[in-house]
Each structure stands twice: as structure tokens, then as C-alpha cells.
Ligand binder design. Structure first.
Ligand code: AMP
Length: 218
């Protein structure tokens, strides 16, 4: 199944993509994680992306389309994928459409994670991420068993620079201006479904499972 998770920062796309990826046996392709890994490894891509990310702005479309074109060629993506954080602009969506057509593939669903701005801001301020593998925690709703340490791999937890309040407001603005037009883009293609992302991780996971379940049996 070829899925796109669409929604504002803090809507829970990454948390749910990680869970669903395990359930469906298809990779989670998080462009944010790919960029953060490139920064951590001091790769040229990371050096270029870092200044955009710190400012809460988007990395240029051509760079992002190139990353996805390469990633979707990997063998593990042949059975399907969950795109988490891509596309974020109309140009990226058009790039993706052309790329998939060239591979004889297409998207099955675009799942829109809908949550109020108050919820997004609260989640981002309380999000902590593990250094080693990007496992996601929330200090209020899903804290680690031991403060500051990842339950899964023992690595330290940190707050993303771009989750600080100044940058969060910019990211939400960028989302509204550049990413929200994708809702109509995918609605027009009949691919668009909404999930109520206001609830806790379990509730959203259940709603999501119901949305993708019918297609699993095909
Ligand atoms: P995320 O982890 O999805 O919240 O992404 C973190 C940051 O990485 C974003 O604020 C952007 O600066 C950059 N980024 C991730 N995905 C994309 C994308 N598809 N297009 C442009 N920039 C992106």
C-alpha cells in the first residue's frame, strides 16, 4: 500500500507512521528523519538543509524530490511505503505523481491528520526524541519510563531545536501557506481521507487501522 500522511507539525504523523509501518510491513519514509540523519552525519545535504530547518522553513523542492526519488527506488519500498512529511508543497506533490507514474505505481490513500492548533502547540512543546533512532515521546501523554532516556535503546532524549516556541509558530504558518493547499489537490484526485488526530496515540491508531484495513485484504 502506498500511503501519504499529511498534516501539520505535531499532528502525530511520525508516531502513527512508525506503528503502522510495523503492522503493514512497509517502510516509513520520514523526510524530516532523513534530513536530521544527514545533519548528524555532517553530509552536504545536512549542511544545506540545516539552515532552513532551524528557521522552520521548507528545504527546496528539488532537493526533497531528489531524496524521495532515491528512497523509493530502494528494494524495501517495492511493497509499499508511508510517506511521512512529504509532499509538503504542490510542486512536491506533482513531482511525486510524475515519479510514481514513471514507476508504474500510484498512491492508494492520502491520510490527513486533523488536530487543533492548541493541541499541536502543546504536543510540540512536550515532544522529546531519542538521539539514536528518533523514537518519539511526549512528556505529558507518553513519557519515557526513566526521565531523559529512551525506553527502546537507552539513548538520551532531546528537544528538537525546531520544536522551540518561536520556530513552532513559523512552522505552523509555513504549513498553512504551503502545505494546506495539498488538501484540495488530493481531494480532487479522490485520494483524500481524514483522521481525527485530536485523541491519544491509541485512539488515533484505532481510527487509522479502520481506514487502511479494507485495503489490506485486497
Ligand atoms: P518534520 O520532521 O517532518 O517536522 O520536518 C522537519 C523539518 O525538515 C521541516 O520543518 C522542514 O524544514 C524540513 N522538511 C522535512 N520534510 C520536508 C519536505 N517534504 N519539504 C521541505 N522541507 C522538509
Amino acid at each position: 500500500m502506498n500511503l501519504v500522511f499529511l498534516g501539520p507539525p505535531g499532528a502525530g504523523k511520525g508516531t502513527q507512521a512508525a506503528r503502522l509501518s510495523g503492522m503493514l510491513g512497509i517502510p516509513q519514509v520520514s523526510t524530516g528523519d532523513i534530513l536530521r540523519a544527514a545533519i548528524a552525519a555532517s553530509k552536504p545535504l545536512g549542511l544545506e538543509a540545516d539552515r532552513y530547518m532551524r528557521a522552520g522553513d521548507l528545504v527546496p523542492d528539488a532537493v526533497m524530490i531528489g531524496i524521495i526519488a532515491e528512497r523509493l527506488q530502494q528494494p524495501d519500498a517495492a511493497v509499499g511505503f508511508i510517506l511521512d512529511g512529504f509532499p509538503r508543497t504542490i510542486a512536491q506533490a506533482e513531482g511525486l505523481e510524475a515519479m510514481l507514474a514513471g514507476m508504474g505505481r500510484r498512491l492508494d490513500r492520502v491520510i490527513y491528520f486533523e488536530a487543533s492548533e492548541a493541541t499541536l502547540i502543546r504536543r510540540l512543546g512536550n515532544r522529546r526524541v531519542c538521539r539514536a533512532a528518533g523514537h518519539i515521546y511526549n512528556l505529558l501523554s507518553s513519557p519515557p519510563a526513566h526521565p531523559g532516556v529512551c525506553d527502546l535503546d537507552g539513548s538520551p532524549l532531546y528537544m528538537r531545536d525546531d520544536d522551540r516556541p518561536e520556530t513552532v509558530l513559523r512552522r505552523l504558518q509555513v504549513y498553512r501557506e504551503q502545505t494546506e493547499p495539498l488538501l484540495a489537490f488530493y481531494e480532487a484526485r479522490g485520494l483524500f481521507v481524514r483522521v481525527d488526530a485530536e485523541g491519544d496515540v491509541g485512539a488515533v491508531a484505532a481510527a487509522l487501522a479502520a481506514l487502511v484495513a479494507p485495503q489490506r485484504t485486497r
